[in-house]
Design a protein around this ligand. Sequence first.
Ligand SMILES: *[C@@H]1O[C@H](CO)[C@@H](O)[C@H](O)[C@H]1NC(C)=O
Ligand SMILES: *[C@@H]1O[C@H](CO)[C@@H](O)[C@H](O)[C@H]1NC(C)=O
Ligand SMILES: *[C@@H]1O[C@H](CO)[C@@H](O)[C@H](O)[C@H]1NC(C)=O
Ligand SMILES: *[C@@H]1O[C@H](CO)[C@@H](O)[C@H](O)[C@H]1NC(C)=O
Ligand SMILES: *[C@@H]1O[C@H](CO)[C@@H](O)[C@H](O)[C@H]1NC(C)=O
Ligand SMILES: *[C@@H]1O[C@H](CO)[C@@H](O)[C@H](O)[C@H]1NC(C)=O
Ligand SMILES: *[C@@H]1O[C@H](CO)[C@@H](O)[C@H](O)[C@H]1NC(C)=O
Length: 424
Amino acid sequence: MYLFPLLLSSLLPFLSGTVAQDDNIECSDSSLQTYLVSLIDVLYANGLTIYEDLLAEIVQADSGYDLLSSFESATSLTLLVPTDAAFQTAGIWSPFADQGETDLANLVAYHTLSGGWNYSSFPGSPSHGVASTMLGMASYANDTTSGSEAMQAMILMQGEGGTIVENSIYGNATTWGNPLDLSGTGLNNLVILPINTVIGFPVNLSAAVTMPTTTRSTHGLTKLTTAFDAVSSNGAAALDGVTSKGFTIFAPVDDAWTGEASTQANDSKVAPTMLGNHYTTSYSLYSAGWSSGSFPNLTVVSGQTLSITSNSSGAYIHMGTQSALILRSDITLENGVMHIIDAVLLAEDVSSSAPTTIATTNSGSATGAGTGTGAAQADATSTRSSYGSSSNGASSGASRVVAGKGAVTAMTMTLLATVIMVIQ
Ligand SMILES: *[C@@H]1O[C@H](CO)[C@@H](O)[C@H](O)[C@H]1NC(C)=O
Ligand SMILES: *[C@@H]1O[C@H](CO)[C@@H](O)[C@H](O)[C@H]1NC(C)=O
Ligand SMILES: *[C@@H]1O[C@H](CO)[C@@H](O)[C@H](O)[C@H]1NC(C)=O
Ligand SMILES: *[C@@H]1O[C@H](CO)[C@@H](O)[C@H](O)[C@H]1NC(C)=O
Ligand SMILES: *[C@@H]1O[C@H](CO)[C@@H](O)[C@H](O)[C@H]1NC(C)=O
Ligand SMILES: *[C@@H]1O[C@H](CO)[C@@H](O)[C@H](O)[C@H]1NC(C)=O
Ligand SMILES: *[C@@H]1O[C@H](CO)[C@@H](O)[C@H](O)[C@H]1NC(C)=O
């Protein structure tokens, strides 16, 4: 504890300096300062010093200051705090020379969940919960008609021994046992869970479908990539075009591309319609959206309507007489979500007006997908003004998150190097 006054004295000038520069902050300066000092005290006492440094760093810029102000004003938040070892593995430590202020604030926002989460909030593996982070995607959230800000989601489940596992395309990050003891700290609205990995920002769709997998031979997504390649001179760019306004994609595994599916994928006239049966471009539908029973039928890019049912065998998507089993749900991606399915949804009327390109047909189809937009937004977004203070986070509010485009940074690339994507 001897060092603590030094830490305070190094932080306080930043706090007061920032306060003085920012006239728009309505909360009491001294109140926020007291709150952050308490938070830093707790982090320091628990050896979480790089995260502590990170907070002291981001508070100096507007984006970080806004985020930390919202910590204080939020009803309930969960902070996933990477350990010092985790930050070191990710190549992130003070003075954070390689990272921009916005990226650093985004990193903290992505590790902050709306609502108070703990072990018993989640089902055991392979079921999972969907939490809403505080990483907003304001500039790409314009397709949400309410004009409110959409948030990126995070997938969490019960691990062994009381831990919580964060499950992303990168693999797992794990908390241990209980949250930090915050009694007597005044941090009544926080749950703080140390975590053993810095969670990288979600990758974009084209990166996701081309990442190496341990089971590529049968359950990889190379054939989907091939099919996109066949209808565009630049398949990867076409895929990323899908993500420009938020999306949901049902991605068939490699071993589904047999017979008629393979034929259609190789027919440049039919392939766009067939592929268009698998994604929508206006919002992100997470599994809680259909398991809650309030699922709005989804109009996909081809103009077809998908419905989803669940029974003891799992969740199925249906299009006309065709069905596919959802093998893995809720793979969060930059600006959207991917669900892995076991069958290709074939184009049924190949003479119908097929889109001529993939990416450029998005605006029309986004309108068509509006059926689901309202319901998807209603409980899934929170505005900047109530940033983090929504009580929706821990309940159904977190179930569907309309996601915008997230930032991919140098940090993400560092993390990517050690990533293996696993599709079961
Ligand atoms: C854990 O979360 C559940 C559900 O949100 C809540 O009912 C319970 O009180 C929480 N437990 C603790 C110890 O915070
Ligand atoms: C979102 O809407 C705002 C206000 O209409 C506009 O300034 C901004 O360019 C839009 N962003 C995108 C990505 O369309
Ligand atoms: C992540 O954790 C879950 C739950 O413990 C486990 O089932 C899964 O195999 C893990 N995934 C990886 C990639 O380690
Ligand atoms: C998608 O991600 C990859 C890998 O990070 C990157 O090279 C590519 O530029 C991204 N595409 C878009 C459109 O952002
Ligand atoms: C296209 O046809 C080739 C040759 O038959 C096959 O190897 C490939 O898998 C097909 N493409 C898809 C996406 O099925
Ligand atoms: C969704 O589609 C199914 C099957 O076509 C239909 O039975 C159901 O009524 C539709 N639900 C809504 C909300 O439109
Ligand atoms: C579950 O639904 C799917 C699709 O409708 C169906 O094929 C399957 O037989 C059903 N399973 C059970 C156990 O009812």
